[in-house]
Write a protein that binds this ligand. Structure first.
Ligand code: AMP
Length: 154
């Protein structure tokens, strides 16, 4: 027993594309390599109308298109660093929690890897993406500690 599960076949790495994505990605890549699993990556763009309650008195479509183009380029660059082919890069509009679950199920993922801040107090009550993904997840979920007290490197 090496401590690394060897039976994962398809791993879905969820990234918010902040600098904290790197340690989360490293962990997902290490597990994928050890288990011979296919590694997919997903980034979810929250529609501005969702973020602002659908109550903005202006046309947001041009800004939304720019956000999409930037995110696409950023995701492609990040995925290239992990040798993740374009066919395994998923850029989706919607709510991160539910879209991460949906794309994982659609691609037959048996492990979802997300970052977790190990929040305290009010932030804990408000919840996190990691919590949201865990509840009702179609498979195992690994929450990699990031932020103030991150998981030590391999
Ligand atoms: P948060 O709880 O929002 O701080 O996010 C923690 C983790 O959830 C991140 O490290 C990612 O793994 C995942 N995550 C958050 N937002 C997104 C997003 N927009 N797309 C994909 N994954 C995300």
């Amino acid at each position: 027993m090496t401590g690394v599960p060897s039976d994962y076949r398809c791993i879905m790495l969820a990234v918010d594309l902040t600098e904290e994505s790197t340690p989360v990605a490293r962990r997902a890549q290490a597990i994928a390599t050890a288990s011979g699993a296919e590694l997919h990556i997903v980034h979810v763009i929250e529609p501005l109308s969702l973020a602002y309650g659908g109550d903005v008195p202006m046309d947001l479509s041009t800004i939304q298109d720019q956000i999409h183009e930037q995110a696409k380029a950023h995701l492609a660059e990040f995925a290239a660093g992990l040798n993740i082919d374009e066919s395994r890069q998923h850029l989706i509009f919607g709510r991160p929690e539910s879209e991460i679950q949906r794309v994982s199920e659609a691609n037959g993922a048996d492990l979802i890897v997300v970052g977790s801040h190990g929040r305290h107090g009010l932030a804990l009550l408000l919840g996190s993406t990691a919590n949201g993904v865990l509840h009702g997840a179609p498979c195992d979920v690994l929450a990699v500690r990031v932020g103030a007290n991150p998981t030590p490197p391999e």
